[in-house]
Design a binder for this molecule. Structure first.
Ligand code: S3P
Length: 168
């Protein structure tokens, strides 16, 4: 079984993937980490050096390589489902789980996060909430195609496990 965690930046995908993988006895993978290891460059540097279009092409290519893994929980990047056929492909090749979280909670998490995120790092504090709200609205068409949606402000791991096991 392959589980893809999707959701906006700051929704907790990496943390939840570790906890879920431990409970299921699965391996945990993070697509951003795979990208940085594979291309030997931090993502924020990649955005500076090339551009988002190139990033999305490489990201999609790498996503498709996860087909070779089994019994794994994969946390994706916030934009992964929103480009090319990635969302359709994840639904064909695994179980998709959307960590749904409000724009307000995201903005507050992102403003405290130490991770360098190229799409929001230039935003001023008073612009962040408006940006996230609009961006989330645009991405919702992709996120809403997930097989499972769970509220992510504070994850109920037992509930998530129960939902996932229905597909095992
Ligand atoms: C992105 C999210 C990031 C990373 C890249 C682009 C996005 O991952 O893939 O900076 O488009 O939302 P996280 O969601 O893990 O921050």
């Amino acid at each position: 079984m392959r589980i893809y965690l999707i959701g906006y930046m700051g929704s907790g995908k990496s943390t939840v993937s570790g906890r879920l993988a431990a409970q299921l006895g699965f391996q945990r993978l993070d697509l951003d980490e795979l990208f940085e290891e594979h291309y030997k460059i931090p993502i924020h540097r990649f955005f500076e050096k090339y551009d988002q279009t190139v990033f999305r092409t490489f990201e999609s290519r790498l996503l498709k390589e996860t087909e070779s893994f089994d019994n794994v929980v994969i946390s994706t990047g916030g934009g992964t489902p929103c480009f090319y056929d990635n969302m359709f492909w994840m639904n064909q090749h695994g179980l998709t789980v959307y960590l749904k979280i409000s724009a307000g909670a995201i903005a507050s998490r992102l403003s405290q996060s130490k991770k360098k995120r190229p799409l929001v790092s230039q935003k001023k504090p008073d612009e962040l909430l408006g940006f996230v709200r609009e961006h989330l609205r645009q991405r919702n068409i992709y996120y809403s195609q997930a097989r499972i949606t769970i509220q992510a402000e504070s994850i109920d791991l037992n509930e998530l496990l129960r939902l996932v096991r229905q597909y095992q």
